[in-house]
Design a protein around this ligand. Sequence first.
Ligand code: BG6
Length: 486
Amino acid sequence: METSCDLMLFGASGDLAQRKLFPALYQLDRAGLLAPESRILAIARRDTAAEAFREALLVKLEALVRAGEFDRELAGRFVARVDYLRLDFTDTDGFLALNAWRNPGNHLIVYMATPPGMYGVIARNLRAQGCCTERTRVVVEKPIGHDLESSRVINDELAEVYHESQLFRIDHYLGKETVQNLIALRFANNLFASQWDQNHISHVEITVAESMGIEGRWGYFDQAGQIRDMIQNHLLQLLCLIAMDPPADLSADSIRDEKVKVLKALKRITPDIMEQYVVRGQYTAGTSNGQSVPGYLEEESADKSSETETFVALKVEIDNWRWSGVPFYIRTGKRMPEKMSQIIIHFKPAPHYIFDPDQKHLANNKLIIRLQPDEGMALKILTKDQGLDKGMRLRQGPLELTFSETFDTDRIPDAYERLLWEVMRGNQYLFVRRDEVEYAWRWVDQVIRNWHESGEPPKRYAAGTWGPVASIAMITRDGRSWYEDV
Ligand code: BG6
């Protein structure tokens, strides 16, 4: 497969490009996956010379790449592939310079690491220079809009210039190894495949917790809030991978068709059930990793009257045959006690219970899938406690698979390495199709609309805790609790 390419990186001096994309490209180069002829054009508004850009990039790479993985000579060769163009993205004539750089015989990858409001204008200006042939692939980042309507505008602008098969919409969670593992776990192990429905599963939990607050990006975050920033994309993608039917094959559209079916089947959260199904929270001052930290409203450049949520917990139901009656409890928040993402599948207990009644609460298997950190999974099973005096007392213990130990992997690639590599290979299966984005917005919009109509402020929670008590009450009402073994 031909993977050599010319990569135009719009927004090259921004945070995403500097912190994630260049280190990922360096790692691909280190792994021998960046074809020798591949070249990178860094494009930004900043007035700087190419040489100065390369020098600064080298310093940045050294700071960001893990010590044992930074090779000065290789990094020097890598930055030598990078050229720099100062460009105002709205200046149509300025795009002429792209023609001089580009090799029309090569695949062209256009990466828009810019605010989504720029996607349309960049695409139109590229078209004027003929950068829209079949050999062009375009990568765009979230957020695709802030609601269904604005996402349609952005998608329409892109569709004016590029065919859907050329568009690679990033949800970086899909690039995480452990997230791709959900596909292997579900569809390569018949053991699970045959148990994966309402006959055998009582409920599912998904937690994506971050210990960070909103450092340095209050303005952006306050416009979005946790539901747009995390639920509309990352958590709904995780939920789709857990809930979807088996695809016919691993092709991009087979997988995406199945995900869309889940999104279409999400039960709408109407105003009358909001209180039982949704909790939104905002952190106040507290403690994080032993340090006192300010509340959301006390962060730098905060608007003290903001009612934006930094935490959301939802009870999600999927109206289809497979999942009828199986709630998915999902929660995500900033300033939680630790950075941790995990999915827990709670299996139903055996139909007839014969052990000590006081141990009945133990009697269901759980599959714990740890996405980060400490990537792996554990299947909690019940065995007999050892010892003559124990009779038939039960105990619950894990069948444990920690990826780093079991497979002796020295490093797990960053999501962006995988995603960039798949773009180079022209494989869309880890990217989000237009209809997925739009169905996700349709569902999330309704929740946001309900919030606005109710006028209810977010519930407060102290930084360093697991969110408002109402999120505990939400699951306790159903006779369950958040899995505490974190
Ligand atoms: C981003 C959100 O998409 O994902 C951030 O905009 C969030 O707010 C980040 O911090 C979390 O990603 P990860 O890979 O660190 O879990």
